[in-house]
Design a binder for this molecule. Structure first.
Ligand code: ZN
Length: 151
């Protein structure tokens, strides 16, 4: 039988071992720092936003496989999207990892590869790992200069 869970683990492992868009882009015009003290995940998300569009996104940091894979997949998901679209995506992602029955289940298609994190909802402590990159991303959009903490 085809094991979805195994596929999900493969995607997460792949992205945590070789994160996409890792580094600091020279043209970044906003950034934010995120910290999940419960797990020890720390990262900085760099953005280049022009006319409300996320033209460039990258991150640097260290942490568990879930947090690194989530950051990596997030950069792929939001690049080229408008701020409004990207925030909407976070809302759906948040619902996916926290609600047993995501409010807009019909809409999970838009989440694409991000659905690999659906299993995280069974492990509340891991939800913070998966959402830290997104909180940090929206913190950068909001031009926050303080540390974005999950606590
Ligand atoms: Zn973590």
């Amino acid at each position: 039988m085809f094991d979805l869970r195994e596929l999900y683990q493969e995607v997460i492992l792949d992205h945590s071992k070789s994160p996409r868009n890792y580094g600091r882009p020279a043209n970044a015009n906003c950034q934010a720092h995120g910290d999940n003290p419960l797990c020890g995940d720390r990262l900085t998300v760099y953005l280049n936003v022009q006319d409300g569009v996320v033209k460039e996104i990258a991150f640097e940091g260290s942490g568990c496989a879930i947090s690194m894979a989530s950051a990596s997949l997030m950069t792929e998901a939001v690049r080229g999207k408008t701020e409004v679209e990207a925030r909407g995506l976070f809302k759906r992602f948040h619902s996916l990892v926290t609600e047993a029955e995501p409010a807009d289940a019909d809409d999970t298609g838009a989440l694409d590869k991000l659905t690999v994190f659906a299993g995280v909802r069974e492990f509340p402590i891991r939800v913070k790992c998966a959402t830290l990159p997104w909180h940090t991303f929206t913190g950068a959009l909001d031009r926050r200069v303080d540390m974005i903490s999950t606590e």
